[in-house]
Design a protein around this ligand. Structure first.
Ligand code: FES
Length: 178
């Protein structure tokens, strides 16, 4: 007569285990989904910039994912200064060509790579940016030429969607294609 009691205990253990397993799976799914943002949220994480309203020789400051981005419409003089700077940008050497998609347009993050201040357009013939906080200097390609900053202004992911529009950031469909 003891056999049925053991079977009942086994059944209760199995049922409890199964219920726990279902609960864990049920709780894990929404958790896992929360780790991957929806497509519409990802799409919002891009910033479109209308280039047609940025005059040559001026810089538009936009915000992308809470970060400052400089979009500079470079003049022939800016481009010449940036190209000449290939030889003098020795702190983090990079050619100007490697930092732009079209010579007339420079797109860089606009926070100083030292401690994050926003550099100001420098006066003078070198067409760069000077950081007001500790004196770092960035040239017409956004490359650091004087510290304490040790790295260039980074170039964010962006693409031209037409001659007069760029999208900063990567859309979900771009990630699928790449
Ligand atoms: S934050 Fe720019 S030099 Fe320190």
């Amino acid at each position: 007569m003891t056999q049925p009691a053991v079977n009942r205990r086994d059944f209760l253990s199995l049922a409890t285990g199964a219920a726990l397993a279902v609960g864990v799976v049920g709780a894990a799914k929404p958790f896992a989904q929360s780790l991957f943002p929806a497509k519409d949220v990802l799409a919002l994480s891009t910033t479109e910039v209308d280039l047609s309203t940025i005059a040559p020789g001026t810089t538009r400051t936009v915000i992308y994912r809470g970060k400052v981005v400089f979009v500079r419409h470079r003049t022939p003089e800016d481009i010449a200064a940036a190209t000449a700077g290939d030889a003098t940008a020795v702190i983090e050497p990079q050619t100007d060509k490697a930092r732009v998609q079209k010579p007339e347009w420079l797109v860089v993050l606009g926070n100083c790579t030292h401690l994050g201040c926003v550099p100001k357009a420098a006066e003078g013939s070198d067409h760069g940016w000077a950081c007001p906080c500790h004196g770092s200097y960035f040239d017409a390609s956004g490359r650091v030429v004087k510290g304490p900053a040790a790295t260039n202004l980074p170039v964010p992911d962006y693409r031209f969607v037409s001659d007069t529009k760029i999208v900063i950031g990567i859309k979900p469909e771009d990630k699928k294609a790449s």
